[in-house]
Design a protein around this ligand. Structure first.
Ligand SMILES: NC(=O)c1ccc[n+]([C@@H]2O[C@H](COP(=O)([O-])OP(=O)(O)OC[C@H]3O[C@@H](n4cnc5c(N)ncnc54)[C@H](O)[C@@H]3O)[C@@H](O)[C@H]2O)c1
Ligand SMILES: O=C(O)[C@H](O)CO
Length: 381
């Protein structure tokens, strides 16, 4: 980043120096830090994705804690620089932390925070939105109207897929995958098949109870099934949404072979991480199967799409906005700031990172704890 780096400073005389590589929504996160004697420095440079060198410049010679973004490459270089500057705390402003070398952070004695829970419903709602938008060809129809092509109602105009009574598939039934499954079951009376390394007992119990409710009301009950393999989901589901973490085991989880397993008229949604899908193979599959549709919030080479994807009418694409609701983004900023503040003040780790509501109440002081530190055990804190 060319000098001088543009920085917004809050509480300049603060004892602790906390740096944020991006402006974040709301101001509560700033006040929570300044109220605890932190000087807060926010990088306001226009450059979207900061390089390791840019961040080294921001860390400088004294930095107690750093709030970073999922677009940044946090490894040995940055964590040793942060340690050398006297730092002990880092937090991603994200629940996903595949951009962070956690082992490198632990080696440097740096805690790694993330922001689970506060973005679960927001992200699931976007995945549900992409499911409906793709199934019912909303974006194609919108473009058709705006271009003045509409000449009146026609029996075959933008015919899409019915969701009611169909099968929704979830790969990765964790926080967001379970919330998404519930939305599609409650909202569209879909039947569930899911694949995860772990049983999603709470989700299963919900679907069973909801099915009983529908039955007592004389309606067709919804059902659930835990698949023994991902391929079973791909074969049986009409709509499939991907919600696993991105790691070595889920890189290119969806590839040419798995795409060929799916129904020709299926809908595939991805609001997890782009590299979960072999995007070049997806482009070829979409070209060869015009009735197959996708809704994508994330991309393998963000911010770029693989060649050809932008031209495809059977793809709905949005720029990684799944967690972009005001409440969620302000909450993520708050959790990230409190992960850093908690470590600086040597607060304990919060008991349940899935239950973070008490940190998010604007009208009360948050618990004196770190909401979510992914390497707390390794650090012995
Ligand atoms: N697009 C966005 O803006 C956005 C927003 C939030 C989260 N995310 C992504 O979604 C991911 C999930 O978030 P979460 O809060 O639901 O996490 P989570 O940890 O609650 O759920 C992830 C689930 O994936 C499962 N899983 C891991 N490997 C798997 C595999 N090989 N096959 C099937 N399941 C597997 C885990 O068992 C777990 O249940 C995050 O890691 C992040 O990358 C994206
Ligand atoms: O991992 C996350 O939290 C998202 O990708 C950004 O909200």
């Amino acid at each position: 980043m060319e000098k001088p780096i543009s920085i917004e400073i809050w509480n300049a005389s603060g004892k602790y120096r906390v740096v944020s590589s991006k402006p974040m929504p709301g101001t509560r996160w700033i006040r929570l830090l300044t109220d605890q004697d932190c000087r807060v420095e926010i990088c306001t440079a226009e450059k979207t994705i900061l390089s390791v060198d840019d961040i080294l410049g921001l860390i400088g010679n004294k930095c107690d804690g750093f709030i970073g973004q999922l677009t940044e490459d946090w490894g040995e270089v940055l964590f040793s620089a942060l340690r050398k500057a006297g730092g002990t705390a880092f937090s991603n402003m994200a629940v996903g932390y595949n951009n962070v070398d956690v082992d490198a952070a632990t080696k440097c004695g740096i805690s790694v925070g993330n922001t689970p829970g506060v973005l679960t419903e927001t992200t699931a709602e976007l995945a549900a939105s992409l499911s409906v938008s793709a199934a019912r060809r909303i974006v194609e129809a919108d473009e058709f109207m705006r271009a003045g092509h509409y000449k009146g109602w026609l029996p075959n105009l933008f015919v899409g897929n019915l969701l009611k009574g169909q099968t929704v598939g979830v790969i990765g039934a964790g926080r967001i995958g379970s919330a998404y499954a519930r939305m599609m079951i409650e909202g569209f009376k879909m039947n569930l098949i899911y694949y995860d390394l772990y049983q999603s007992t709470r989700l299963e119990k919900f679907v069973t109870a909801y099915g009983e409710f529908l039955k007592t009301n004389g309606e067709q009950p919804v059902t659930w099934k835990r698949a023994t393999s991902m391929e079973e989901v791909l074969r049986e589901a009409d709509v499939i949404s991907l919600h696993p973490v991105l790691d070595k085991t889920t890189y290119h989880l969806i590839n040419k072979q798995s795409l060929a397993t799916m129904k020709k008229e299926a809908v595939l949604v991805n609001a997890s991480r782009g590299p979960v899908i072999d995007e070049a193979a997806l482009v070829e599959h979409l070209k060869a199967n015009p009735m197959f549709r996708v809704g994508l919030d994330v991309f393998e080479d963000e911010p770029f799409m693989k060649p050809g994807l932008a031209d495809l009418k059977n793809a709905v694409v949005v720029p990684h906005i799944a967690s972009a609701s005001k409440w969620t983004r302000e909450g993520m900023a708050t959790l990230a700031a409190l992960n850093v503040l908690g470590r600086i003040k040597k607060f304990p780790i919060w008991s349940d990172s899935n239950r973070v509501e008490s940190f998010l109440d604007e009208n009360s002081s948050p618990p004196s704890a770190c909401p979510s530190i992914v390497n707390s055990k390794q650090l012995g804190i």
